[in-house]
Design a protein around this ligand. Structure first.
Ligand SMILES: NC(=O)c1ccc[n+]([C@@H]2O[C@H](COP(=O)([O-])OP(=O)(O)OC[C@H]3O[C@@H](n4cnc5c(N)ncnc54)[C@H](O)[C@@H]3O)[C@@H](O)[C@H]2O)c1
Length: 319
């Protein structure tokens, strides 16, 4: 089987995957029931290419490596990885994965981009080879953020996990491999906790959308690009590190800093969050914000790469 990938479902995430793979010189076979998806892909790759170029494309990278097919069978025919990125609706994904399972070569690995469904639920209707189905959860924009959470289900084979891991790694992704199912995986579980608290604060009139965003972009968000929440708190404990941090702030875990139950998503909460975002965007369209975000992300990723190579050089020089 050729080292090519099928992207099934070409919305925000599918177009992001296809752009990433094309930038790595990997042939992509795409399918989406909506004929407008081809235009969305053209727009996505056009806007993504300059940022990908800055961070380094592979020698044979080309936007022309992406081929759209009329039938799903044609798209998945001879690909070693099939990346499903259809809408986050369980029944739709169960039926789609069952179709892919039937019409694809049983040696290909099938990965779902789902943000939170478990493999054991996704494979409910798969009868041919459910052992090759994994979750390969990316982060938006897929063409810039390296992380993929690779999650097995109870029936997933080690060989399918190994094959998916090397496919992603060879394409330049950073793989976080989870051998057992965890609701929300790791990153979305963390993101959801913050998102839930943020919605509570809007619902209770405690903070505006803009204040919530500023609290992260001018504060902890800057640190998180360098160190995760754990090492960040290790430093917050001063000389005593995490041990002091836990002894000092541990008791606060019981204070009402978090609410844990999801707020009711009422019409008024929905409207407050939507209008808060529009106000914060101050006339900038989503496309404007995407450009702004990608420019910033490219600069941050480049800085991290430079820091990494500077410290490897120092190590080599015995400094
Ligand atoms: N948007 C994000 O930030 C993000 C991040 C990580 C993972 N995901 C996951 O990626 C998946 C796709 O999300 P998205 O944001 O790209 O959604 P989207 O709405 O932008 O795109 C979904 C695409 O699927 C197509 N589609 C509809 N029915 C289909 C079918 N039966 N078969 C195949 N394709 C079909 C639609 O035409 C559309 O192009 C979801 O599972 C989502 O949870 C999203």
């Amino acid at each position: 089987m050729s080292k090519s990938v099928a992207c099934i479902g070409m919305g925000v995430i599918g177009c992001g995957w296809a752009s990433h793979f094309a930038g790595q010189g990997i042939e992509v076979h795409a399918w989406d029931p909506d004929p407008k998806s081809e235009d969305l892909f053209k727009k996505t790759i056009q806007q993504a290419w300059p940022s990908m170029e800055k961070l380094g494309l592979s020698e044979n990278a080309s936007p022309n490596l992406v081929f759209f097919h009329k039938e799903i069978e044609e798209a998945v025919e001879s690909c070693s990885l099939i990346q499903e990125s259809s809408p986050e609706r369980l029944e739709l994904k169960q039926n789609l994965l069952s179709t892919i399972d039937k019409v694809s070569n049983s040696e290909s690995v099938i990965a779902s981009s789902t943000s939170g469904y478990l493999v054991s639920d996704l494979i409910l209707n798969c009868e041919i080879a459910p052992e090759r189905i994994v979750v390969g959860h990316p982060f938006n924009p897929v063409y810039l953020l390296p992380l993929v959470e690779l999650v097995a289900g109870p029936k997933t084979s080690i060989s399918a996990m190994d094959a998916a891991e090397s496919f992603y790694k060879d394409s330049g992704k950073v793989v976080l491999r989870l051998e057992k199912e965890v609701d929300g995986f790791i990153a979305d579980r963390l993101q959801e906790a913050m998102w839930r608290e943020a919605l509570h604060m809007v619902a209770n009139g405690e903070a505006t959308v803009e204040q919530l965003d500023l609290s992260i972009t001018a504060g902890p968000g800057l640190r998180w690009a360098l160190m995760g929440p754990m090492l960040t708190f290790h430093l917050a404990g001063g000389e005593g590190g995490m041990a002091h941090m836990l002894d000092h702030f541990g008791p606060s875990l019981k204070s009402p800093w978090t609410r844990l139950e999801a707020p009711e998503l009422t019409e008024s909460l929905r409207n407050a969050v939507v209008s808060g975002c529009l106000e914060e965007a101050a006339g900038r369209s989503v496309a404007d914000l995407v450009l702004e975000r990608d420019k910033g992300l490219t600069a941050i990723i480049q800085t991290l790469k430079d820091l990494d190579s500077a410290s490897s050089e120092e190590e080599q020089n015995g400094e």
